[in-house]
Design a protein around this ligand. Structure first.
Ligand code: FAD
Ligand code: NAI
Length: 462
């Protein structure tokens, strides 16, 4: 029987990062993974493959829409779908092999197979039992189902099927205007599909700043995506290669049908804990399937910890990674900490959308006095030069103290720009701190500085 200080179950961004940090801190570590490759949802069927397809399809969009105006004339590239998929698979391979290398480098044993926990301190993989002082459950999540919509991963797909369709569909119905629906919807729209997004609520991307939601939807509409808002999907009927999506409009109960070559079900994800044996161990699980933990990621059963998508909080790779590192530090006797108030969110459409901290809605609900500094990318020289003038930066700061409370960006490089604000917030900075920091010209980041200036005596270029 092999003996470890820590066994991590699941090698996604939560699990593999936890394992690496445990090993770095001197703990004898193993990681159980049932897939053929490491990296979890994120590297295999999530963040990385979707970003590869977003990148390739964005290049096509640029060639079709902006090249000629810059004096780059000639035929637009045609799409070799097989090659695009193989580029995406190559990117996945490079990343998953990278984690395998890191496991070897850090002397982490990869226990191949599906793990279960017969009792605290023991992990079963196949017929083998391994002992561990502590166990970290990092088993991630899976797509949530919707009654009446049966997924076959060919005509009715989740994001996993959408990452490897046999061909580019002529028509696609996306159920759910959340992150997956809008990212994958953008990919297929850019590749020529007619994409209709059917959303239950009246606004896209729930929880996001309302002004961003409106601008984002308007921008996506301009790019060709169609939206049916306030619509409850009743069912999806499929023939061999087509589907009919039935929905009811909430405002008047009228019933409608949409035809599609492919239907993407993107109505959220739920924790995946099947087969672990948590119920018989008495591990507390919420009604929504999330493993319950304390502030140090320990469940109610001593020695069993949980992190990432399997627990509460935003289902994001970097949140899982941060928990993985912090949990490892706790197990090594250090003070692992995650600042849940400063976890950025990014949507990798074009333009990108990024946010951190409070929205205006949050601040209003909390009755907090705040000020808004806003700056449009149209006033940013670099953005104008790059045909990227759509969007804005909106910085929220405390009215009295000027402390930064949140930031919401729609525009070029938003996913990179947001981190300047994250660092500022971690240091408890004021909007003036950002405004007084010299920013190189011409960069998109000047738009963040201008938004900070707008919280004070005013932006220069607006
Ligand atoms: P996972 O990555 O889900 O990994 C869990 C692993 O555990 C899996 O490999 C699974 O096989 C394994 N496992 C499960 N049960 C067992 C068992 N019993 N024994 C052994 N192994 C087991 N997040 C972002 O931050 N940015 C993005 O751009 C982004 N894009 C996404 C795009 C898509 C299409 C999807 C679906 C998700 C995306 N996400 C993104 C979310 C991100 O993938 C997840 O938040 C992240 O992967 C969660 O990490 P995790 O380690 O908790 O779980
Ligand atoms: P989501 O929670 O982001 O969006 C789901 C959407 O579906 C919501 O707008 C919701 O109102 C809608 N919906 C729910 N039921 C519906 C119904 N019956 N009919 C119509 N609409 C309905 O979930 P999504 O997009 O599936 O993503 C899952 C998770 O993956 C997210 O939590 C996200 O954090 C993560 N992810 C993150 C990415 C990123 O960081 N860039 C990219 C992709 C996924």
């Amino acid at each position: 029987m092999a003996q470890y200080d820590v066994i991590v179950i699941g090698a996604g961004p939560g699990g593999y990062v936890a394992a690496i940090r445990c090993a770095q801190l001197g703990l004898k570590t193993a990681c159980v993974e049932g897939r053929d490759t490491l990296g979890g949802t994120c590297l295999n069927v999530g963040c990385i493959p979707s970003k590869a397809l977003l990148h390739a399809s964005h290049m096509l969009h640029e060639a079709e829409h902006n090249f000629a105006a810059m004096g780059l004339k000639g035929k637009s590239p045609s799409v070799d779908w097989k090659q695009m998929l193989s580029y995406k698979d190559d990117v996945i391979g490079q990343n998953t092999k990278g984690i395998e290398f890191l496991f070897k480098k850090n002397k982490i044993d990869w226990l191949k197979g599906w793990g279960s926990i017969p009792e605290a301190g023991r992990v079963k993989v196949g017929d083998d039992i391994h002992e561990a002082k502590n166990i970290i459950v990092a088993t991630g999540s899976e797509a949530a189902s919707l009654p009446g919509v049966d997924v076959d991963e060919k005509v009715v797909v989740t994001s996993t099927g959408a990452l490897e369709l046999g061909k580019i569909p002529k028509t696609m119905v996306v159920i759910g205007a959340g992150v997956i629906g809008l990212e994958m919807g953008s990919v297929y729209s850019r590749l020529g599909a007619e994409v209709t997004v059917v959303e239950f609520l009246d606004a896209i991307t729930p929880g996001m700043d309302a002004e961003i939601q409106k601008t984002f939807q308007r921008t996506l509409k301009k790019q060709g995506l169609k939206f049916v808002m306030g619509a409850a999907v009743q069912k999806a009927e499929t023939t061999k290669s087509k589907a009919k999506v039935h929905y009811k409009l909430r405002k008047d109960d009228s019933e409608h049908v949409l035809d599609a070559d492919v239907v993407l079900l993107a109505t959220g994800r739920k924790p995946y804990t099947d087969g672990l044996g948590l119920e018989s161990l008495g591990v507390e699980i919420s009604k929504r399937g999330q493993i319950q933990t304390d502030d140090h990621w320990q469940t109610n059963v001593k020695g069993i910890y949980a992190i990432g998508d399997a627990i509460d909080g935003p289902m994001l790779a970097h949140k899982a990674e941060d928990e993985g590192m912090a949990c490892a530090e706790v197990l090594a006797g250090k003070h692992g900490h995650v600042n849940y108030g400063i976890i950025p969110g990014v949507i990798y459409t074009h333009p990108e959308v990024a946010n951190v901290g409070a929205t205006e809605q949050d601040l209003k609900e909390a009755g907090r006095a705040y000020k808004v500094g806003k700056f449009p990318f149209m006033g940013n020289a670099r953005a104008k030069a790059n045909f990227a003038g759509d969007g804005f930066v909106k910085l929220l700061a405390d009215k009295e103290t000027d402390r930064i409370l949140g930031c919401h960006i729609i525009g070029p490089g938003a996913g990179e720009l947001i981190h300047e604000v994250c660092v500022a917030m971690e240091f408890g900075a004021s909007a003036q701190d950002l405004a007084l920091t010299c920013h190189a010209h011409p960069t998109y980041s000047e738009a963040v500085r201008e938004a900070a200036l707008a919280c004070g005596d005013g932006a220069i270029h607006a």
